[in-house]
Write a protein of this length. Structure first.
Length: 251
């Protein structure tokens, strides 16, 4: 993906939620009423923990070497008395690993598009790393939302990409979907905005590095207004988070 072509791609896309990167997805994931979004089996938990312990240091080192990855404002994730929803712009294939690093040592549950689970090998790995597919049928969504509610009640963290799609190296903030904010209002949990910024390489690495460095800025949590009607509360929460992220991104 050439950085200079991203503006042209933006103009040519018919929908903002269209993915720029399309993966080979030969598998067919069936989501029905028996689908387990969170597998609580002993063997699954064991393999998930092993993979997490092995993978996290590897991706941390990789992100540091390749992108000089840095995190600012990690203290804003320290919410003790409730679960939380985190949101970020979706601008790099590795930003899901960066979200996990920011939340470590605690686990982070990811909301991901169904097609990601239909990629050979990758689909199984992201499942083990606590990713959950977004169901496409209305009849499948009740269990999906109940699973998220249980996670939040158990003080877990759930990550959403409110832009819905990945646009690599895009420097602006795109329109948000309502999903993350609707869930936050319904469960009365805070939303922690996180913003990815691209920085020109500096120091000796600017001589050999063409791709920008990546920084993650974690902002203060935003809480739903319980005094507003539900619909208004969702809209206000979404707009406040969007404004805070846009201000940080452009600052």
């Amino acid at each position: 993906m050439q950085l200079e072509n991203i503006e042209e791609i933006e103009e040519n896309l018919a929908k903002e939620d269209e993915h720029i990167i399309n993966m080979w997805t030969p598998l067919d994931l069936e989501i029905d009423e028996d689908y387990e979004y969170v597998n609580n089996g002993i063997l699954f938990k064991l393999f998930s923990t092993i993979l997490y312990v092995i993978a996290l240091p590897i991706v941390y080192i990789y992100n540091k070497i390749m992108y000089n990855f840095k995190i600012y404002g990690r203290e804003n994730l320290m919410i003790k008395n409730t679960g939380k929803i985190t949101v970020s712009n979706h601008v790099h294939p590795m930003d899901c690993t960066m979200n996990a690093i920011a939340n470590a040592p605690k686990s982070l549950y990811f909301i991901s598009i169904k097609s990601n689970f239909e990629i050979p090998i990758i689909g199984h790995i992201i499942k083990l790393l606590h990713a959950m597919p977004i169901p496409e049928k209305v009849s499948e969504k009740a269990k999906f939302f109940n699973t998220i509610r249980e996670l939040l009640n158990n003080k877990k963290s759930v990550h959403f990409y409110p832009e819905a799609s990945l646009w690599p190296y895009y420097k602006k903030l795109r329109k948000f979907k309502n999903g993350a904010f609707k869930i936050a209002v319904e469960n009365n949990v805070p939303v922690v905005p996180m913003v990815y910024k691209f920085v020109k390489p500096y120091g000796i690495r600017k001589l050999i590095k063409k791709r920008p460095f990546i920084e993650l800025h974690i902002l203060k949590p935003v809480y739903p207004d319980v005094n507003l009607p539900k619909k208004e509360s969702i809209e206000e929460l979404k707009n406040t988070v969007y404004y805070n992220m846009k201000k940080e991104l452009e600052g």
